[in-house]
Design a binder for this molecule. Sequence first.
Ligand code: AHR
Length: 334
Amino acid sequence: MLSRRNFLTAAVGVAAAGGLTACAKKDDNSSSSSSGGSKTITLGFSQVGSESGWRSANTTSVKDAAKEAGYNLKFSDAQQKQENQISAIRSYIAQKVDVIAFSPVVVTGWDAVLKEAKAAKIPVVLTDRSVETSDDSLYVTLVGSDFTDEGRRAGKILEKVLEKAGHKGAVKIAQLEGTTGAAPAIERAKGFKEVMDADHKDDWKIVVSQTGDFTRAGGKQVMAAFLQSNPDINVLFAHNDDMAIGAIQSIEAAGKKPGKDILIVSIDGVKDGFVAMSEGKINAIVECNPLLGPQLMDTVKKVKAGETVERWIKTKEGDFMQDQAKAALPSRKY
Ligand code: AHR
């Protein structure tokens, strides 16, 4: 199994991809571009779904960037179901697209379909989320964030939030996890726990943790149940802004003040998250940048041309405390 950490250090050349690319050219059935010379790249893209504001921004970024690059984009929305993504990838293989890109809903269970893509000599580029495979050559690269680091950053920023709030005593944390089995859910939880284990063994405790599936409705429902079972929760760590926003509704319905009675740290940095932060309801946000389209198109072009690309092309991101929210809000792009 290959972890993100392993392939971070393995910024390898993609000899395998070069092989795939060379053969993909042989099978090339893509149409000629209007300018004559070069061929239009046909890219098959399988999106996770439309579960969050982050995802909507990511979809728009991919579609706009493909248009800008002049690619023939075949796009499908898997509605958070792995079987739909597998069917979409099989259909792209059958259509002999030049490159397949996808954002895997979960990390495991991809070997068979990726082997089919490899046999058809179609290179695969992962975007946003990683997979665990038995064979490194089944995909060329990942364009996306370091989710473990985002979890660590959430832990570190919680320290600042607690200090700013003048919090004394036990920190009783509720964790709203992302989709079960998805890379950002696994890795954000892991990074956050690393900070807890290293520096807060005695004073912080995750008292409840459950998936809200990265959705607002999930966050609202699960937070309501958390508050029933653990009315003394004083911190919420939400794996994304949408779940935090849903949770805020349940916190208010329970007669508590989000951002005061329950301190909230979330991940993403979508506009609605910044609005909640500027209203004092979220205390800090760790950014996860969804605008991956331009980097993805650039990578696809290189892969198609047989150029070497890094094994993991990482995204640049920042962290925001509440007092930065109002100033940052007008310039948020998603
Ligand atoms: O994979 C990225 C995550 O997926 C985002 O943080 C979340 O909002 C989305 O649903």
